[in-house]
Design a protein around this ligand. Sequence first.
Ligand SMILES: [Zn+2]
Length: 440
Amino acid sequence: MAQEALMEKIVSLCKRRGFIYPGSEIYGGLAGTYDYGPLGVALKNNIKNLWWKMFVTDREDMFGIDAAILMNPKAWEASGHVAGFSDPLVECSNCKNRFRADHLEDPDVCPSCGKKGSLGEARQFNMMFATKVGALDDASATIYLRPETAGGMFVNFKNIVDSFHPKLPFGLGQIGKAFRNEIAPRDFIFRLRELEAMEVEYFIKPEDWERAFEEWQEIMHAYADELGLPKESIHELEVADGDRAHYSKRTVDFEFDYPFGRKELWGLAYRTDFDLLAHENSSKVTLKYLDEETGEKITPHVIEPALGVDRTILAVLLSAYREDDLGGETRTYLKLPAMLAPYQAAIFPLLKNKPELVVRAREVFMTLKKAGVAVIFDDNGNIGKRYRRQDEIGTPWCVTVDFDTLGEKPELKDTVTVRDRDTGEQKRIGIAELPKMMKI
Ligand SMILES: [Zn+2]
């Protein structure tokens, strides 16, 4: 499939079926924002829950945190964001459009109006959204929407040490919104102005950095596997000396083959002691760690796996999208891992005008719902149409209640047909066995 066509199909499916809508659409939209619809929220939550499980709760050395989006602006001065969180911006003197200088194909030609030599000098444009706190309208009231979630974890380092006395290594994990005033938001949910991040700050003794770095590298690959991202679509890019943030001793970008090119999906960085030292110097609060074995006070170093939720969702959808021929008909389906699908199962009565079938199908639906399976009830149209609708949103199993379920053939009483999304094959299964089969 042509890569551009694939992207168009994903965007269209997302809107049509209620995964992702353009933000503020009835007002003509707002660039760089998207709204997640009911199926998008379900998919997003499943992706975040899996991350939280693998990166936080499955481990004994991790603590969850949910810090405020608004922070004291001194935190962003200390971290270097006020001075340096910027992109090079050029403006066309002819059409007044603005572009990222490092994204231009030809620095002499305006990509919008095509005029030569109209772009002028690049200047640094800070990507933090500034706003005002309280009723004052002077410079002292300026605060920022956080451009990354890491800051909220560093400023809580001391709180966690004081409350929990963890031994090194230990880490904080957080999922939350971040905001970047991108000059040119684009590529659907890839480059957004409002985004969500899943990040870990993992505190270590300096001499342990290589081992910890490799451990998180492996966990990130394991997470990619669980998400169904093909190994051949993920590429590790060792970020070269000159391209890394100045404080980082090693950074690996996890790149994904998007239809618009090979682009950064996630990042893994060794941030040394840069952040804790910067916040200590700026706040005048000591952020040292007392090693009880040696009696030494040290500033822990940090390994940071940073993952964007929205970019991950796009990679998952692109990896799952399939078109095939089933029973002589072309169909579209999402081959999502069962634990990520918005619904694990759809429950149908064979015929909607037979009350006894509908009543029994509703009972099966409620049984599964109470068992914690994400289910949907559908009695619209014929069975074939219902299958297509579920295939398109990635529902792994379709369950049909028919006359045999009711005991027309006594030996089949209380069984249903379960149809597999990927193969289209059907088998008969006892209703009592369904929750076990579908609980992931
Ligand atoms: Zn122009």
